[in-house]
Design a protein around this ligand. Structure first.
Ligand SMILES: *[C@@H]1O[C@H](CO)[C@@H](O)[C@H](O)[C@H]1NC(C)=O
Ligand SMILES: *[C@@H]1O[C@H](CO)[C@@H](O)[C@H](O)[C@H]1NC(C)=O
Ligand SMILES: *[C@@H]1O[C@H](CO)[C@@H](O)[C@H](O)[C@H]1NC(C)=O
Ligand SMILES: *[C@@H]1O[C@H](CO)[C@@H](O)[C@H](O)[C@H]1NC(C)=O
Ligand SMILES: *[C@@H]1O[C@H](CO)[C@@H](O)[C@H](O)[C@H]1NC(C)=O
Ligand SMILES: *[C@@H]1O[C@H](CO)[C@@H](O)[C@H](O)[C@H]1NC(C)=O
Length: 651
């Protein structure tokens, strides 16, 4: 029997907005294939093999030839400048020890690799550690059994059955080490369950240990669901939330162990209140100084009925077509009319701090399909175009279908590797589409006369188009629905362009995805590094007629690099990855093996190469990471990180 202690938010609307994470232990079943509804499947969600029918090609079919005319210069409608770390992750606090590592001396190497892949493409990565479980989290000196994080099942007193978390500074030290190795910037959340007795240790220790790598502290997670969940009285209003946020600011101002008071993020709404309800309280203006960003959380739909028998019944099969269209992302953006512009007017980024295909775990066969990868790309680029500044896709643990990446359950971790889901491919693609310049501006091309099955975006830098992102949502093995985009550029096209494809046989495909010929393979098979030979297509252009013809298969996605620089900005090939895994060959402790030639040319933290410059082969570095003194000193963090295991330098 699966033991699930779930959120019982499920009694009313708001289902679409809240993620659910299962907090109990899980039993993983062996592989099995289910081809219809998943009702009979009893294994862990991440390993479900439900395969949906791809929707038939639309009627009328989208035109299969169309022009993409790219303007240069002062192009109207482009987004604000976006960072290469636009597409990040939200990791439920309660699963950090599954995903990040056990503690600061035991990092999950696949996770490091997954972050390093993104850093290589976008320059840095943003990850939130939080969710519902942030609200009652308490920093303690030690836990009963010595773990860095524990769920206090006996302490479940609240109506949502979320077990309170206790955690030690090891969690934050571990995050600091991940930052030093892979340039991850973190969002965390200040517990908001008790506004009379604030527990600010997460801010104190977070700032001390993470330094500049801490970029935001959420104040309240989905406060518009508080009264519904019994955490606040029924009368709890936007003004009440604003007042409590003010109390938090007062408490932080009074705390000399929190040097930076200006990292807060609100209102983190689930969707019961609108952002305007909050703006009208003066939230963003009165607290402007203390806010690092304005944020919201949103899932397009939910699968709560299938999971828990509550809410509106929905099937993945029936929902599938609603994800395979340009409207999917536009519909979510339309839930926040004027909000990104308002954020700009008060000088703050507007972030989507938790999202994925569907709350309550997603849909089997949909959330884990190639279609979800295409959806994730178009949705994220639509958010970028619409002047959101960040999107964080949620990672919820073993029981959800939508995970970008899933570690094996603990007791199988010595012989199983990780499972990489479709949304992680979306992350790679979007990081490359935006690149590492941090001046990328995104334009929705309304491609193919705005046809919803064939959306396209151009990425601009300094008024010049550098990349084009083209999606084909149609599944059609006949090839009849493949399309060709004829790209022309104000001025003239280059002699050739380079193209990377994201491909799978069908939108319902579960694991056989390739990005530029490379893959993370099937379930349990990845150490977080791409496998296979990199395949970048070179397409000659017709300069006389100013046109480059780029074909996009049905289904598929093409990223067109218009210049060599556009390609190299998105692929800093010298960034390190981590060739061995922590969870295999564990006897005697995990070993991270780092190729020093990779380090020496690392484009990221120069400090890393310097730190190792004088390191002789196999030298063990002592753990110099003292809590107070080490951070934000990068060198100190690195020294700690190297203690992950015996550092072996090899050629
Ligand atoms: C893994 O743990 C689960 C639940 O704790 C247990 O039922 C299962 O037998 C364990 N599997 C192995 C291989 O130890
Ligand atoms: C980290 O976890 C490992 C494995 O459980 C344990 O052996 C080690 O003592 C822990 N280290 C710290 C610093 O807690
Ligand atoms: C908030 O959560 C902490 C940790 O679980 C708990 O000790 C405290 O009693 C809670 N406060 C309120 C007001 O619920
Ligand atoms: C995004 O912001 C820019 C700069 O303010 C603006 O020109 C553009 O119209 C905005 N885009 C959208 C879709 O609102
Ligand atoms: C994987 O997909 C490719 C096309 O993307 C196809 O050629 C290949 O046969 C597929 N392999 C499997 C095992 O399904
Ligand atoms: C990489 O791909 C090759 C060829 O498909 C395969 O034989 C090998 O097992 C894969 N390696 C990993 C680590 O997945």
């Amino acid at each position: 029997m699966r033991l699930l202690l779930v959120h019982s938010l499920l009694f009313s609307f708001g289902l679409a907005q809240a993620a659910v994470t299962a907090y109990g232990p899980h039993v993983q079943s062996p592989f099995g294939t289910t081809t219809a509804a998943s009702a009979s499947y009893t294994g862990s969600a991440s390993y479900d093999r439900t395969i949906l029918q791809p929707p038939p090609p639309p009627s009328p079919p989208p035109p299969t030839q169309f022009d993409v005319d790219l303007q240069t210069g002062d192009v109207s409608g482009v987004s604000i400048q976006q960072q290469g770390s636009f597409f990040g992750f939200s990791i439920e606090f309660s699963v950090t020890t599954q995903v990040l590592g056990l503690n600061s001396s035991f990092l999950q190497v696949p996770f490091l690799n997954l972050m390093a892949n993104l850093r290589q493409r976008g320059g840095s990565v943003r990850v939130r550690v939080g969710g519902n479980t942030q609200e009652t989290a308490t920093l303690v000196a030690s836990t009963p059994d010595g773990a860095a994080l524990e769920k206090d099942y006996a302490g479940i007193t609240n109506p949502t059955a979320t077990p309170p978390l206790v955690f030690t500074t090891e969690i934050i030290k571990m995050m600091a080490e991940i930052s030093a190795l892979t340039n991850v910037y973190w969002y965390m959340g200040v517990p908001f369950n008790d506004t009379q007795h604030w527990r600010l240790q997460i801010a104190e220790v977070g700032e001390a240990m993470l330094g500049n790598y801490l970029i935001g502290l959420q104040g309240g997670n989905e406060p518009d669901l508080y009264s519904r969940h019994g955490h606040r009285p029924d009368s709890y209003s936007p003004q009440d939330y604003k007042d409590e946020f003010g109390l938090l600011i007062d408490a932080m101002n009074a705390d000399s162990n929190i040097p930076n008071k200006d990292l807060l993020i609100g209102p983190n709404l689930a969707g019961v209140w609108s952002p305007t309800d909050i703006w009208e309280t003066g939230f963003a203006t009165d607290f402007n100084q203390n806010l690092a960003a304005l944020g919201v959380e949103r899932y397009p739909t939910d699968n709560c009925y299938a999971q828990f028998g509550i809410g509106t019944p929905r099937s993945g099969q029936e929902m599938f077509p609603t994800f395979l269209t340009h409207q999917a992302g536009k519909t979510i953006v339309a839930e926040f009319p004027g909000a990104p512009a308002y954020a700009q007017s008060v000088g703050k980024p507007f972030i989507m701090s938790e999202t994925n295909t569907a709350s309550c775990g997603g849909f089997p066969g949909l959330s884990d399909s190639f279609g979800a990868a295409l959806w994730g790309i178009d949705y994220a680029l639509q958010l970028a175009y619409s002047n959101f500044s960040t999107v964080l896709f949620h990672v919820g643990g073993q029981s959800v279908y939508y995970n970008p990446f899933t570690p094996p359950v603990r007791n199988q971790s010595t012989y199983q590797q990780w499972t990489i889901g479709p949304v992680y491919y979306s992350a790679l693609v979007v990081a490359e589409a935006l690149g590492s310049s941090n001046i990328a501006q995104v334009l929705d091309l309304q491609a193919n006369d705005g046809n919803d099955y064939t959306p396209g975006y151009a990425i601009y830098e300094n008024g010049r188009p550098v990349r084009v992102a083209l999606t084909n949502f149609v599944s059609d093995p006949s090839g009849d629905s493949d399309y060709t985009a004829s790209i022309s550029i104000g001025g003239t096209v280059p002699a050739q362009v380079q193209v990377k494809y994201l491909l799978a046989p069908s939108v319902s495909e579960l694991y056989n995805f390739t990005w530029a010929g490379q893959t993370f393979g099937g379930p349990f098979s990845s150490d977080g590094r791409l496998n296979g030979t990199l395949d970048i297509q070179t397409i000659p252009c017709d300069q006389t007629n100013n046109v480059c013809q780029v074909k996009v298969p049905a289904p598929g996605f093409a990223l067109v690099f218009l210049t060599n620089n556009a390609l190299s900005e998105s692929d800093q090939t010298s960034t390190m990855t981590f060739p061995t895994t922590a969870y295999t060959n564990l006897h005697g402790g995990p070993t991270i093996t780092i190729d020093p030639s990779v380090l020496a040319t690392s484009n990221g933290e120069k400090g890393f190469a310097n730190a190792l410059a004088g390191t002789s082969k196999g030298r063990q570095m002592s753990n110099a990471l003292g809590f107070a003194q080490a951070l934000p000193s990068l060198l100190g963090v690195i020294a700690g990180a190297l203690m992950i295991g015996r550092l072996a330098l090899m050629r």
